[in-house]
Ligand binder design. Structure first.
Ligand code: XMP
Length: 317
C-alpha cells in the first residue's frame, strides 16, 4: 500500500541510485511542489542539490525574504536571486496578458540560465512537476510550462539540455502535501494557496509599475492576513486581489478623490479547472474593505468578485 513514508524511503533510494554523485540544479518557487521536490532531493543527495529562488518582484509582500529564510532553515542549499529590476524593466509598457506572461517567462529563464552557468558540472535539472502537469504538459500553466513555452522562442537555454529529475511526477497534489508533511515540512507552507508563476504581474490589469506592485502587495497582504486571522484561509482554495486599471470618484473629508479600485477574489475549487466564489462573511468583507481603504494610499474603492469559473477564470488576466 502507498503511504507517504514508503514513498519517501523508496524515492530517496531511487534518487541516490539515479543521480549518484551528480549535481542537480532546481528552481524553487515558494510553492508546495518545488519545495517538496527539493526536500526529497536534499535527503538523497544533500549539498549536491543547488536550489535557486528567483525574486521576480511580483511576489506577495515580504514573501521573498520570508520564504528564503524558511528554505535556509530547512537546511536547503539555496541561493536567493533578486532580479526584480530586470523583470520590471522587461515589463515596462506591456499591457497584454499573454505578452506579460511571455516577458516574465523569458526573463526567468535568462536569470535561471545565468545562475546555472555559475555552477560547475551540473548534470541534472530537478523539477517539482506533479502528475496533473504531466497529463496537461502542453497547455499547463505552471513553472514547468513557462519553461516549455520557451521552446518556441528558438535555441534552448543551456540548463534545458540537462537531464531531468522529477520525483513527484506520479503524485497528485494531496499526495504531495502528505509526503511533505511526513518529511516534517511546515504545515503552513504545505497549506499555502496556489499562486501563479507570473504572480502579481497578472493581477495588475494593464501595465505594471513598481508603484502599482507596492500598492497591490499592501492590499493583498491585508486581505490574506485577514483571512488567516478570521480562520478563513484554510477554507478557501485560492484568494487574492486585483488592481484594476480604472479610477473612480470618492470623498475624503471635504475633498473629492479620484483613485484606484481593487477587486478581491476568493474561490473554492479542487483543481482550478472549475471554481465557485466563496461566500465570505459580510463582517469580514466590511473589515477588510475598511482596512484597505484606510491604509492603502491611492485606493478608494473595493469590490468583491462573485463570478464562478466557468465562464470567469480565477485570475483576471
Ligand atoms: P485561471 O485564471 O485560468 O487559473 O482560472 C487557474 C489556476 O491557474 C493559475 N494560473 C497560473 N499559474 N502561470 C501559473 O503558474 C500562469 O500564467 C497562470 N495563470 C493562471 C491560477 O492562479 C489558478 O490557480
Amino acid at each position: 500500500t502507498w503511504t507517504p513514508d514508503n514513498f519517501v524511503d523508496m524515492t530517496v533510494a531511487d534518487l541516490k541510485k539515479k543521480v549518484g554523485d551528480g549535481k542537480v540544479v532546481l528552481g524553487l518557487s515558494g510553492g508546495v511542489d518545488s519545495t517538496v521536490a527539493a526536500v526529497l532531493l536534499n535527503k538523497a543527495i544533500g549539498k549536491n542539490l543547488y536550489c535557486i529562488f528567483v525574486n521576480n518582484g511580483l511576489l506577495r509582500k515580504n514573501e521573498f525574504e520570508n520564504v528564503l529564510k524558511q528554505y535556509e532553515g530547512m537546511g536547503l542549499n539555496v541561493k536567493g536571486v533578486d532580479a526584480s529590476a530586470r523583470f520590471l524593466e522587461a515589463l515596462k509598457g506591456v499591457e497584454d496578458p499573454e505578452l506579460k506572461r511571455k516577458a516574465i517567462g523569458r526573463v526567468f529563464i535568462e536569470v535561471f540560465d545565468d545562475e546555472a552557468h555559475e555552477l560547475k558540472d551540473v548534470e541534472w535539472l530537478g523539477q517539482g512537476t506533479i502528475y496533473p502537469d504531466v497529463i496537461e504538459s502542453i497547455s499547463v500553466k505552471g513553472p514547468s510550462a513557462t519553461i516549455k513555452s520557451h521552446h518556441n522562442v528558438g535555441g534552448l537555454p543551456d540548463f534545458m539540455k540537462l537531464k531531468v529529475v522529477e520525483p513527484l511526477n506520479m503524485l497528485f497534489k494531496d499526495e504531495v502535501r502528505r509526503v511533505g508533511a511526513s518529511m516534517g515540512i511546515d504545515a503552513e507552507l504545505l497549506g499555502r494557496h496556489p499562486f501563479p508563476g507570473p504572480g502579481l504581474g497578472i493581477r495588475i490589469l494593464g501595465d505594471i509599475t513598481a508603484e502599482k506592485v507596492r500598492m497591490l502587495q499592501e492590499v493583498d497582504h491585508i486581505f490574506i492576513e485577514g483571512l488567516k486571522s478570521w480562520g478563513l484561509y484554510d477554507k478557501v482554495w485560492q484568494a487574492g486581489a486585483m488592481l484594476l486599471p480604472v479610477n473612480s470618484v470618492g470623498v475624503m473629508g471635504d475633498e473629492r478623490t479620484y483613485e484606484k479600485c481593487v477587486a478581491l477574489r476568493a474561490v473554492e475549487s479542487t483543481d482550478g479547472m472549475t471554481a465557485d466564489w466563496v461566500h465570505l462573511p459580510y463582517d469580514f468583507l466590511q473589515k477588510v474593505s475598511n482596512d484597505i481603504i484606510n491604509k492603502v494610499k491611492g485606493v478608494n474603492r473595493v469590490v468583491y468578485d462573485i463570478s464562478s469559473k466557468p465562464p470567469a477564470t480565477i485570475e483576471w488576466e
